[in-house]
Ligand binder design. Structure first.
Ligand SMILES: *Cc1c(COP(=O)(O)O)cnc(C)c1O
Length: 387
């Protein structure tokens, strides 16, 4: 019995050669490969501008900054996400709140978003930005969220950390047709990797300029943006408070090489997910919902236990799967239940659907390069444990 992780990277010889090539070149950072990677992502997701950074967490932070999120503002996101989806607003001094999920899709519920907007408008507390998360790679209903954004005047940042390569009504996630900025992650468990890394894409050239500015200390060498005439060829100006969130050339080379296999990676995830769908259908599990008009990135395959039909608790099932060598995981603990968020005033019961999901969800292994034998081990273990 071998250990099967829930997710892992797939590295080819071409990936290794690409990174080695950079190591032998003149630039390890701030060279030409980051720009080529940005152009590659922009082409793949059909958005004109891409700013690569050293994590999706950094991308979410600069997205909030570029949109002017600051003290006094409110940002809403989904409670069923990684903490980075809401921490980005706290970094900017804003406050956060959560819109409960739709149990069918596990994404932020558009109906609950609308209800919360009506209440917020009456209270004069409308959000500055909303951050929908395409959980497990399944696209949110962005047309509906975009329509609400226009009606209520908020900005939209898509957290597409799970969803590069996904499509919605035939359009790639990241084209920003219904949002201001979309963020991707290239952490090794995600669909393509740069080790650590992320990016923000947008259709708006002014937002792209602001994203690039705060990525690198708020420093510009563009005279058009300077407060005073240049002092000479060495001159640059810091015009805002930025950070060092730059991606290295090695990371970009790995990402560019991985990007060539993006469609194959996602197709393989679909092949494996289809096998799970067939082989787990008779078990007391609710399997991931497929949505007709979407092609999921399938970053995760989450099963939800029908606990009334299983003679064990959620925790017992989870521990039994771990004991059988499965690197099962749980995505995610509702963010507001974290002690840091409870200290901000959040309490259990805030988002009942998110908590009901948390009480019965398990992410089972799914990654490019997973063998059918490994998958059979997962199915056999689940079959044994939930029966
Ligand atoms: C992984 C992840 C992030 C953070 O990505 P990093 O690149 O690790 O910073 C943010 N949001 C979601 C939904 C994620 O899954």
């Amino acid at each position: 019995m071998s250990f099967v992780p829930y997710g892992r990277q797939s590295i080819s010889d071409a990936d290794i050669e690409a990174v080695v090539g950079v190591l032998r070149s003149d630039f390890l950072t701030q060279g030409p490969v980051v720009e080529r990677f940005e152009a590659g992502i922009a082409a793949a997701v059909e958005a004109p501008h891409c700013v690569a950074v050293n994590s999706a967490t950094a991308a979410l932070h600069i997205a909030c900054l570029a949109l002017g999120v600051g003290p006094g503002d409110i940002v809403w996101t989904s409670p069923v996400s990684f903490v980075a989806s809401s921490n980005c607003a706290l970094y900017c001094g804003a406050t956060v709140d959560f819109v409960d999920i739709d149990p069918a899709t596990l994404n932020l519920s558009v109906r609950k978003l609308e209800e919360k907007l009506i209440e917020a408008q009456a209270a004069g507390r409308l959000p500055k930005a909303v951050i929908p998360v395409h959980l497990c790679g399944l696209p949110c209903d962005m047309a509906a969220i975009g329509a609400l954004a226009r009606r209520y005047g908020f900005k939209v940042i898509e957290d597409a950390s799970h969803a590069i390569g996904a499509r919605d009504n035939g359009r790639p996630v990241g084209d920003c047709a219904h949002s201001d900025i979309t963020v991707f992650s290239f952490h090794p468990v995600k669909i393509i990797t740069t080790g650590e890394g992320g990016c923000a894409v947008t259709r708006d050239p002014e937002l792209a300029r602001r994203l690039a500015l705060v990525r690198s200390h708020g420093i510009t060498r563009d005279e058009a943006l300077m407060a005073e005439p240049s002092h000479g060829p060495w001159y640059y100006e810091q015009v805002e408070l930025g950070y060092n969130y730059r991606m290295t050339e090695m990371q970009a080379a790995l990402g560019l090489s991985q990007l060539q296999r993006l469609d194959a990676f996602v197709a393989d995830r679909h092949r494996l997910a289809d096998r799970y769908d067939a082989q787990l259908a008779d078990l007391p599990l609710d399997l991931p919902r497929r949505v007709a008009e979407s092609y999921s990135g399938l970053h995760l395959y989450v099963v939800q236990l029908r606990l009334g039909e299983i003679g064990a608790t959620h925790r017992e099932v989870f521990e039994a799967l771990r004991a059988r060598g499965l690197g099962v995981n749980l995505h995610y603990i509702p963010i507001y239940l974290q002690p840091y968020y409870r200290a901000l005033g959040f309490r259990p019961g805030h988002c009942p659907a998110a908590e009901a999901y948390y009480a019965r969800a398990i992410s089972i292994p799914l990654f490019h390069g997973m063998s059918e034998a490994q998958q059979d081990q997962v199915v056999a273990a689940l079959r044994h444990v939930v029966r």
